[in-house]
Design a protein around this ligand. Structure first.
Ligand code: SF4
Length: 85
């Protein structure tokens, strides 16, 4: 990413409110051993907020820490491909 964009690109972790087939019973229950109860999205935004709100919040948090010019949206919590597009 750095070579592509000329600077570090930061990830904004989003929570789309998805679940996971390894948790909801379609395949299993309990989830993967390395996955937290938050679907490894402990540092992602809140699913109660819209994606737009989570992006704005993530950008503001990053801006308080360091000058950031590039970031990508990243659906972190649970299984992003397990929801309608
Ligand atoms: S969200 Fe991903 S890592 Fe977590 S239990 Fe489901 S499949 Fe495993």
């Amino acid at each position: 990413m750095k070579s592509q964009f000329g600077e570090k690109v930061y990830r904004i972790a989003l929570n789309g409110g998805m679940t996971c087939p390894n948790r909801d019973g379609k395949i299993g229950y309990g989830g993967c051993i390395f996955c937290s109860g938050m679907g490894s999205g402990d540092f992602a935004g809140s699913a109660c907020k819209t994606i737009t709100e989570q992006l704005a919040e993530g950008k503001a948090i990053l801006a308080r820490k360091r000058p950031v010019h590039a970031y990508i949206a990243y659906f972190q919590a649970f299984t992003s491909t397990y929801a309608p597009p």
